[in-house]
Design a protein around this ligand. Structure first.
Ligand SMILES: [Mn+2]
Length: 395
């Protein structure tokens, strides 16, 4: 690239992906990412203080700022300025916190749009290309999700009290490999009992799951495309009454969301529906006292884009379109110490499926893994060859 005669002055706009500032320069390698990026910056005559992360933040903020929330945005940006000299030194950040009305905001938007360099637009355009899958991509998505769902089904057959979290993870990942997936799409989560309430639990180090229920958020990556599937399974093969109550509530939330998964529905409607169903259910069970407490036990959102990345690029501020692929993943997590009856403590349930958005209906890609509590229990009754692998006595 250092020799490549690229003349950026001939272009009206240069769109590029913002590379984080903290990439490390491997001094023994004169063509690592750091050096390539520095060469690009030099050739593009990018001013030395052009910071992609800050410019993306300013762009995002400008897009969302209206006169009515301007003061809140300024408050937020000022907090960020206190914490970072780079933020304080950036003229666009300074301009933003000095905005007084919609005319100032409009002027700043124009100033930003007149820049030759734009990382925000790059991310937005790439996101819009990635949101809607081509037929070839859909074929790959069907395959990677099938692989993951079949792995979850195998684990339902094999799961027994006394296993380890690691062996459940291992079995899932074995099935991925057996069916041709090269990698996992993200670090596997196998959390038994209390660990099921930890959102990004990736250690999977509990040696004995005893008779606990296990939350497994494990997805394959096939030819670059990631699945994202979660099942919550009782190691005994039978949910306790409390586990079933929570499980069935999460299931009902999913069932309420699926019919919305078609073209023309605003993306944000999905989480609204999830929140509504979960809040009513928790209220009915006496776990919360008012609907606004639902966030205590449902701290995330129910859907995200899926594709080349497990949390794929895309704009959530729009209506669903045909051939988007998204997750549907309501969940309830009640860690010990929560302000409800103790009988609910340490129950964490998430059911996560992957769907393709259709014109008028949805396609469930992860259908091979049972979801309904009675279907999960039924599959748990089946035997697995894995369980007969034992060491000789004395070893
Ligand atoms: Mn997910």
């Amino acid at each position: 690239m250092a020799q490549y005669p690229l003349d950026f002055s001939a272009f009206d706009k240069v769109l590029f992906a913002g590379i984080p500032d903290d990439i490390h320069d491997d001094l023994s390698d004169s063509a690592d990412l750091y050096d390539l990026y520095q060469t690009f910056r030099k050739k593009a005559a990018l001013s030395t203080d052009y910071n992609a992360e800050i410019m993306e933040l300013v762009s995002t903020m400008l897009e969302r700022t209206t006169p009515s929330n301007l003061q809140r945005v300024i408050g937020y940006m000022n907090k960020r300025r206190e914490a970072s000299a780079k933020m304080r030194d950036n003229e666009f950040v300074t301009d933003l916190v000095n905005c007084k009305d919609s005319a100032d905001l409009a002027r700043l938007r124009d100033k930003l749009a007149s820049l030759k360099w734009n990382t925000f637009l790059y991310t937005r355009l790439i996101g819009s290309l990635r949101e809607i899958k081509t037929p070839e991509e859909i074929a790959l998505m069907r395959k990677t999700v099938s692989i993951s769902a079949i792995a979850h089904a195998e684990v339902m057959k094999a799961i027994q009290p006394g296993m380890s979290e690691a062996e459940l993870q291992g079995l899932q990942e074995y099935v991925h490999k057996k069916l041709g997936a090269e990698y996992v799409g993200y670090p596997s989560i196998a959390g038994a009992g209390a660990n099921g309430c930890i959102l990004h639990y990736e250690e999977n180090t509990r040696v004995n799951i005893k008779r606990d229920m296990v939350l497994m958020d494990i997805g394959a990556e096939y030819h670059g495309y990631s699945a994202d599937v979660t099942r919550t399974v009782p190691s005994t093969g039978k949910f306790t009454p409390q586990q079933r109550a929570i499980y069935d509530l999460v299931y009902r939330a999913q069932e309420a969301i699926f019919p919305l998964c078609h073209e023309g529905i605003p993306f944000s409607d999905l989480n609204k529906k999830a929140t509504e169903v979960l809040a009513q259910g928790l209220l009915d069970l006496g776990i919360i006292k008012s609907k606004d407490q639902v966030y205590l036990y449902y701290p995330h959102s129910c859907s995200h884009f899926l594709g080349l990345d497990v949390h794929d690029l895309g704009n959530y501020d729009q209506d669903l379109k045909e051939n988007m692929v998204i997750t549907v993943e309501p969940g309830i997590y009640i860690p010990a110490g929560s302000g409800c009856d103790k009988k609910w403590w340490d129950i964490g349930v998430r059911i996560e499926d992957d769907v393709r958005i259709g014109k008028t209906k949805y396609e469930l890609l992860s259908w091979q893994a049972p979801r309904r509590s009675s279907d999960v229990e039924q599959l748990c009754q089946q035997k697995s060859a894995v369980n007969s692998m034992i060491l000789p006595p004395g070893q």
